[in-house]
Design a protein around this ligand. Structure first.
Ligand code: ATP
Ligand code: MG
Length: 362
């Protein structure tokens, strides 16, 4: 079987550098390599509602923002099916059958869900829809028979749970569903980019993000406020590189040619780190360097966003057509699933024969 890719994002806000590094860059690489049979990107609005059910406007408004972000980073709608989750009703039906295959205690053990429950202060008030979102994610993945999922490492427990459900389904009802594998960035920091506040994960919900749509000035302001080494007060003080967010971002983005262009006193990141450790290198210098690099990387993305913002009808068409295709493909899997369980009464001639033979003979 060939490669089928599926990924997505919750429309809870615009996409940020964490998405770009942890997932979008991989998605573009995959798209351009062309080595796949089908490629889907989903705007997970139904999933976003599980913890934003009381603020549906936020979700509705951000659907288009997320799609604009996709198009601006270079996702090509000719190669990738972009669709809206809630429009594909087969996904909800599949979720309903999969829920029988997972226990409450298993759902409560999911480490990502656990930390998200804590982060949102849900305690005993967690909506069951939220607790169940990994099951709905299983529906998203399996509906398209996706086997390759480019994501950040917070999604690993979801893939594991999805595969457990797939195995259970197949062992009870027959081989219909396909197991999937996460595709993570190679570098550990790229799998979970920290926020500008130094918190473990940059996240739309944590207010610690640099967004792809931020203006040049906003990016500069955010970098200038970035967490560095609190004990590195004077330029001459020796500084710590570990846990210093500016260096972490430089590790992700800085290439040797950036030094030549913007900071020719140093050849590479190792020289810069040594100087910082030694003392004599100020935070403003490293922050300005990072600002230049980010500007080089994100200015073209911002430009592309502007194009699509002024051609919004094109964007609408792209998601409308993508969603139509996704509905067709998910319906095909739903039919297979219902056939396998035997809940296909009117599509199955045998059902009619069975009831006839049972009652007409007697
Ligand atoms: P929310 O706060 O609403 O959950 P989020 O910022 O966590 O938003 P999601 O839409 O949940 O973003 O995640 C979409 C994809 O981006 C997932 O594959 C996730 O692993 C990846 N991702 C999100 N944040 C980061 C990050 N800081 N570093 C690396 N990958 C990330
Ligand atoms: Mg998230």
């Amino acid at each position: 079987m060939g490669k089928i890719i599926l990924t997505g994002d919750r429309p809870t806000g615009k996409l940020h550098i964490g998405h770009y590094v942890g997932s979008l860059r991989n998605r573009i690489k995959l798209q351009n390599a062309g080595d796949y049979d089908k490629y889907y990107i989903m705007v997970a609005d139904a999933q976003a509602l599980t913890d934003n059910f009381d603020n549906p406007k936020k979700i509705r408004d951000n659907v288009i923002e997320v799609v604009l972000d996709y198009l601006s980073v270079g996702i090509d709608p000719k190669k990738v099916i972009i669709f809206i989750q809630s429009e594909v009703s087969a996904l909800s039906e599949l979720t309903c059958y999969y829920l029988n295959l997972v226990t409450l205690s298993r759902l409560l053990r999911n480490p990502t869900v656990k930390s998200e429950i804590a982060m949102r202060g849900f305690d005993n008030t967690v909506p069951s829809g939220f607790l169940n979102y990994p099951v709905s994610q299983t529906a998203d993945i399996t509906a398209f028979k996706a086997n390759c999922i480019p994501v950040g490492d917070d999604q690993l427990p979801m893939i594991e749970q999805a595969n457990e459900i797939v195995r259970k389904f197949n062992s009870i009802y027959g081989d219909v569903l396909v197991e999937s594998e996460a595709l993570l960035p190679e570098n550990e920091f790229e799998r979970r980019v920290p926020g500008i506040d130094g918190k473990a994960k940059m996240s739309k919900s944590l207010n610690n993000a640099i967004f792809l749509a931020d203006t040049k000035e906003e990016v500069a302001r955010k970098v200038m406020n970035m967490y560095t080494d609190p004990n590195h007060i004077k330029v001459s003080d020796p500084g710590k590189v570990e846990g210093n967010i500016v260096f972490l971002y430089l590790d992700i983005f800085a290439k040797d040619e950036h030094f030549e262009k913007y900071l020719p006193d140093y050849k590479n990141i190792d020289e810069l780190k040594n100087k910082y450790r030694e003392g004599g290198l100020g935070d403003v210098t490293i922050k300005k360097f990072l600002i230049s690099i980010l500007e080089e990387e994100f200015a073209p993305i911002r430009e592309k966003r502007k194009y699509y913002e002024t051609h919004i009808d094109e964007v609408y068409k792209i998601i409308e057509e993508g969603t139509k295709k996704a509905i067709e493909d998910a319906n095909a899997t739903l039919r297979e699933v219902k056939n396998a369980i035997g809940i296909n009464y009117f599509a199955d001639d045998n059902f009619c024969k069975e009831i006839r033979s049972k009652y007409m003979q007697g």
